[in-house]
Design a protein around this ligand. Structure first.
Ligand code: AMP
Length: 214
């Protein structure tokens, strides 16, 4: 299955993607995770990207498209993948369509995870991510068993630089302006499905599985 996850920052795309990996045995391609790794590794790309990410702006299309193309060409994407955080605007979506049509492997589904705007802020400010396995927790809604420690791998939890309040506001604005139009884009292509991203993580996951027909 070739799947794009759509939704505002904080809608829970990453959390659901991690569960979908286990269920479907296909990889998650998160451009945010790839960029954060480049930042952590201190590569030239990472240094350039960090300045943009800390402001909550989008990294240039040419950069992320290049990263995704490279990733899609890898062997483990042969049976499908979950794109999380890409595409982020119409130009990226069009470029993705072009690449996938050259590969003769179009998208099957664009799944939008819908969450009320007021809830997003609380979700994002409470979010903590594992340095080791990228598992996400929320100090308000789904805290780890032990403060600051990942339940899954024992790694250290941290707050992403771009999960600070000012940056979050900008990320939500950028989402409204640049990314939300993709809902219409995929609806017009007839592959859009939507799920209400409220309730427990497992409830949402079950709804997603039934939408995906499995
Ligand atoms: P995310 O983890 O998906 O919320 O991404 C974190 C940050 O990485 C975003 O706020 C952007 O600065 C950058 N980023 C991630 N994916 C993309 C993308 N597809 N296009 C441009 N910038 C991106």
């Amino acid at each position: 299955m070739r799947l794009v996850l759509l939704g505002a920052p904080g809608a829970g795309k990453g959390t659901q993607a991690k569960k979908l990996i286990d269920k479907f045995g296909i990889p998650q391609i998160s451009t945010g995770d790839i960029l954060r790794k480049a930042v952590a590794d201190g590569t030239p790309l990472g240094k350039e990207a960090k300045i943009i990410m800390d402001k909550g702006e989008l990294v240039p299309d040419s950069v992320v498209i290049g990263l995704v193309k490279e990733r899609l060409a890898q062997d483990d994407c042969k049976n499908g993948y979950i794109l999380d955080g890409f595409p982020r605007n119409t130009a990226q979506a069009e470029e993705l369509d072009k690449v996938l049509s050259e590969m003769n492997a179009p998208l099957d589904v664009a799944l939008s995870v819908d969450v009320d705007k007021n809830d997003l802020m609380k979700r994002l400010t409470g979010r903590r991510t594992c340095k080791g396995c990228q598992q996400m927790f929320n100090i308000h809604f789904s805290p780890p068993k032990k403060d600051g420690v990942c339940d899954k791998c024992g790694g250290e939890l941290y707050q992403r630089d771009d999960d600070k309040e000012e940056t979050i506001k900008n990320r939500l604005d950028v989402y409204e302006k640049s990314t939300a139009p993709l809902i219409d884009y995929y609806s017009n292509k007839g592959i859009l499905k939507s799920v209400e991203g409220v309730g427990s993580i497992d409830d949402i996951f079950n709804k997603i599985c039934s939408i995906l027909g499995s």
